[in-house]
Design a protein around this ligand. Structure first.
Ligand code: SF4
Length: 335
């Protein structure tokens, strides 16, 4: 996967983004610490993969960027402007056309009573990208051909249930493309597809990045697809970003014990079905309501030390463009 131009200012710059969900009532009010102090940038034409297990805060992160839920704390800069200050939350058609979402379940994201043409025509009409029946139909067919669904005119007349899972996800991508987005937030777009068609959707995402310069935040629990598509990878655990950097460098020199654990779970065809390389882990994921002090991975980490349970590690640069939050690195670390 090619690298983007890092000389340009980032299209998306997330700084210290935090999300706490209130739970409980009266004297039992508490907060779920879903995302804590998340910071990262996305360059034009770059795919940033957010990787982590369920409950790590990936989806909450992109929902805040999409402005589907409010941010508890932090800033989001898009094309240099702080969107939380300069735009009303629900009313920005401009932001909504520039930043699009693709959901995990392509069937649930399409309305079964409407044709594919209806799904693709709606954003064109709402965002005034086309007018008149003929022009709208031609744009719909163009979009279907862009996502390699042919014959386009025939596909346009079908209903979602008449398409395969992979075709439905391509329609969802076409719908996102209808408004000429600059950034696509893709929420596990291949996790509900058959393994045999996942690669086709990933290659389509990459092709659109190359041809149209579209940037992506691609979230997944699957390190293998993050490695394939991600120019940059950010690893999340229990709401915290624990490691990040250039995709290839991070995969070769994974520093955080949690990233190493994820890597050890990626099937290796040369090692048969046995994937455990001795890194292992124990214990439970920490409570997000009463998060323990210190490193969120301390209850499971085999390399845990005394400070790990007391102080949250700061960010340490491992090599150019690659950082980690772990007490094994930085002052007093032994790596
Ligand atoms: Fe393990 Fe400590 Fe590093 Fe956390 S800070 S990952 S507990 S070594």
């Amino acid at each position: 996967m090619s690298q983007s131009n890092h000389e340009q200012p980032p299209i998306l710059d997330v700084r210290g983004m935090t999300k706490h969900f209130p739970v409980g009532v009266l004297f039992n009010k508490r907060q779920v610490h879903a995302v804590e102090d998340a910071s990262f940038t996305v360059q034009c034409g770059q795919v940033v993969a957010l990787v982590g297990e369920s409950g790590s805060g990936k989806t909450t992160t992109i929902r805040m960027i999409a402005r589907l839920i409010p941010v508890t704390q932090g800033e989001i800069f898009f094309e240099g402007a702080n969107i939380l200050k300069t735009e009303p939350r629900w009313a920005s058609m401009d932001y909504r056309s520039k930043v699009q979402l693709i959901f995990q379940d392509p069937f649930a994201s399409l309305n079964s009573v409407h044709t594919i043409e209806h799904h693709l025509a709606r954003p064109l009409i709402i965002h005034k990208k086309a007018s008149g029946r003929q022009e709208i139909h031609e744009r719909v067919c163009d979009l279907l051909e862009t996502v390699e669904l042919k014959p386009a005119a025939e596909i346009a007349n079908r209903y979602p249930h008449q398409l395969s899972g992979g075709q439905r996800q391509r329609v969802a991508i076409a719908r996102a493309l209808a408004v000429d987005p600059q950034l696509i937030l893709a929420d596990e777009p291949i996790s509900m597809l058959d393994v045999s068609i996942r690669m086709g959707v990933l290659n389509l995402i990459d092709k659109l990045k190359e041809e149209r310069g579209i940037s992506y935040v691609y979230i997944t629990h699957d390190l293998a697809s993050a490695r394939y598509i991600g120019d940059k990878i950010m690893v999340m655990y229990a709401g915290h970003m624990v490691e990040g950097g250039d995709g290839e460098a991070l995969m070769k020199e994974a520093a955080h014990p949690y990233t190493q654990l994820l890597l050890s779970a990626v099937p290796n065809p040369h090692a048969g079905l046995r994937t455990d390389n001795g890194i292992g882990a124990r214990g439970e994921v920490p409570s997000l309501i009463n998060p323990p002090p210190g490193c969120p991975f301390s209850a499971r980490c085999l390399k845990v030390m005394k400070p790990c349970r007391q102080v949250m590690p700061g960010q340490t640069v491992v090599q150019a463009g690659h950082w980690v939050r772990c007490h094994l690195f930085g002052p007093g670390g032994n790596s």
